[in-house]
Design a protein around this ligand. Structure first.
Ligand code: UDP
Ligand code: MG
Length: 321
């Protein structure tokens, strides 16, 4: 294979976006031509049930810059990004949603930050957002929590679909589960610390509806907790044991604290008291602490084991064009 240098790879995960694709690809083409970038557009069809794949095949006929990967079924945005990252050849890799909410006009500035301003990753900030309040409010909270936990305090909008990466970054990170929401965090942990933000245009969704329901925040938050506990994302069902352990441990701790306070107050007030070790509650709290610790350790072991599980990226690719 001849190794031809390429400036930019645009990676687009998509699920049922048949209407947007012609406009999106021609818009990207226009921007690239204007700035004379060499580029590829990698479309990842994440198991669409509409005519997205037929549209892609059609677009590809007249456009050599397009390549596409079709999943056998819907595996989620993270899986789609992950295969896009593996396929990308450009010096700079841009990710972008397919629904025309992100603007390809941002690409030149994103590229410039990576190539000339030292950024490893540039994350878009949809400062003026065209989404309903039910979506923007939880997102604000999500971003504040992620900022606090990750220490990346210069980002306002972790989950913006429009991002740019130095090629090294995408070749050294792995995204799965709900991890697409935390890519800057994963990149930071992998040692890519120059993370910048760029205010980007955001448009209302032109066709179709959002592909993410309300459950996304809960799932995403559990994934975040798990990476902070274990350092890496693991299988979600495994968290059950650890969570039960923590609950039991905390319960034991609360009862113990209560008993200690009770005892201290009895001493202070001079009223007679029974030794706390006599109380049935004391044994309950001790049991809860011991069981809690054991369960937590079991959960922890499960996490460690599942880190190497083959389950992580078991998506199946049906076609590549
Ligand atoms: N998407 C995907 N797989 C999914 C869900 C979404 O590839 O399972 C794509 C979707 O087609 C779009 C991008 O991810 O290109 C962002 O999705 P969406 O616009 O629905 O999210 P929102 O903008 O509402 O956060
Ligand atoms: Mg969208």
């Amino acid at each position: 294979m001849i190794n031809v240098h390429m400036d930019i790879s645009v990676v687009v995960p998509l699920f049922n976006e048949e209407e947007s694709l012609p406009e999106l690809t021609s818009w990207i083409d226009r921007v690239m031509a204007k700035h004379q970038f060499s580029y590829e557009i990698i479309l990842i069809d994440d198991g669409s049930k509409d005519k997205s794949w037929a549209v892609i095949e059609d677009l590809k006929k007249d456009n050599n810059n397009i390549s596409a990967i079709k999943f056998r079924r819907n595996y989620g945005k993270s899986a789609a990004l992950n295969v896009g990252f593996a396929a990308a050849q450009g010096d700079v890799v841009i990710t972008m949603d397919a629904d025309l909410q992100d603007s390809p006009d941002e690409i030149p500035e994103l590229y410039d930050r990576i190539m000339n301003k030292g950024a490893d990753l540039v994350s878009g900030w949809k400062q003026k957002r065209y989404d309903p309040l039910t979506k923007t409010l939880p997102t604000k909270l999500f971003n504040a929590v992620t900022r606090g936990m990750s220490g990346i305090d210069n980002l306002h909008d972790f989950n913006c679909g429009l991002k740019a990466y130095r090629k090294d970054v995408v070749k050294n990170i792995e995204v799965y589960g709900e991890m697409h929401r935390y890519i800057p965090v994963i990149a930071k942990w992998a040692g890519f610390t120059n993370i910048q933000e760029q205010v980007v245009q955001h448009y209302p969704r032109k066709y179709g509806t959002t592909k993410f329901g309300a459950g996304r925040f809960v799932k995403g938050f559990l994934d975040l907790l798990s990476i902070f506990f274990v350092g890496k994302f693991a299988k979600r069902p495994m968290h059950f044991f650890g969570v039960m352990g923590v609950v039991s441990f905390l319960l034991g701790l609360v009862i113990t604290l209560y008993l200690i306070c009770h005892k201290l107050m009895s001493i202070a007030s001079g009223t007679p008291f029974r030794d706390i070790t006599d109380q049935p509650l004391f044994f309950l709290s001790l049991t809860a602490i011991i069981i809690g610790t054991q369960l937590f350790l079991t959960g922890f072991l499960a996490e460690l084991v599942s880190r190497n599980s083959t389950d992580r990226n078991n998506y199946q690719i049906e076609k590549v064009i």
